[in-house]
Design a binder for this molecule. Structure first.
Ligand SMILES: [Zn+2]
Length: 275
């Protein structure tokens, strides 16, 4: 079968390539049991109180709630923080980590804010979280304080209507309201400084390695917010040496030239590639 031959080629390239780029979107977390907020039904199933209020994900992921209804804003993000902390990343993360053993050089580009690559032991300096991370906070008053990490033992008390009880997270410098350092919709106040440093690291990595042979493994990256896809495709075209590009996605495959599509979930595909 043609498909099998292509998968064998990808497997061989995973062994022989000098560089590896991982692109991960929301579908990567699904196999760990995390909701991907796909469509309003999926989102409302995960958040019944928001279904009652008729609020869709695109509406809830908006910084205005921290002003209009901070208890609900922190109820939503606090619930997600607890969920990401209490969920163990699936076995696919360890498979990828095994592929990254030096001298192969590697980088992770993810739109996920769950911090699960770090939780799986990936090194921070080789990760770009293009939408930020829920494990970091920023001041809403822009008092000048740099982004800071969420204290690990910080736990919010959230009631069944998804409202957090005071005290809510606040800025240690000015005591103003704090918010997650995540890029939301219509978000003009996002502090991108942490991600800009990650972007610099990623650009340097591309610059110093683009003459090496590369494998790109893109997984769970949909078309709704296509940042991960576009970045991976951009690297495919900009790279100077040979590139093997495999896209793992159960639904949204496409005939992009030079891409091997595996129409399956991330974990199942990673296991298959690791056989
Ligand atoms: Zn402040």
């Amino acid at each position: 079968m043609v498909m099998d031959t292509k998968i064998v080629q990808v497997k061989e390239a995973l062994h022989s390539s000098e560089a590896l780029l991982i692109g991960a979107g929301a579908g990567m977390g699904v196999d760990s049991g995390l909701p991907d907020f796909r469509g309003k039904e999926g989102f409302w199933k995960a958040y019944p109180p928001l279904a009652k209020l008729g609020i869709r994900f695109e509406e809830m992921a908006n910084p205005k709630w921290f002003q209009d209804d901070p208890d609900l804003a922190w109820g939503f993000y606090g619930h997600r923080l607890h969920q990401y902390r209490n969920t163990n990343p699936h076995a696919g993360f360890s498979i990828i980590k095994k592929w990254m053993i030096p001298p192969k050089t590697s980088f992770v580009y993810t739109s996920n804010v769950d911090g699960h690559f770090q939780k799986s032991g990936f090194e921070d300096r080789g990760i770009l979280e293009c939408h930020g991370s829920i494990h970091f906070l920023q001041c809403m008053r822009n008092c000048g304080r740099d982004v800071w990490s969420f204290p690990e033992d910080y736990k919010l008390s959230i009631d069944q209507n998804l409202h957090a009880r005071e005290p809510l997270p606040s800025c240690p410098d000015c005591n103003g309201m704090a918010r997650p350092n995540i890029l939301m919709f219509s978000d003009y106040g996002w502090d991108s400084s942490r991600v800009e440093k990650q972007m610099d690291a990623f650009s340097s990595w591309v610059e110093s390695n683009k003459s090496k042979s590369l494998v790109i493994v893109e997984m769970g990256a949909g078309l709704a917010v296509p940042t991960v896809r576009l970045t991976c495709e951009g690297i495919l075209h900009a790279w100077e040496n040979e590139v093997t590009f495999v896209r793992l996605n159960p639904r949204e495959v496409d005939p992009t030239h030079g891409v091997v599509n595996m129409r399956m979930g991330a974990l199942a595909a990673l296991k298959l590639l690791d056989q």
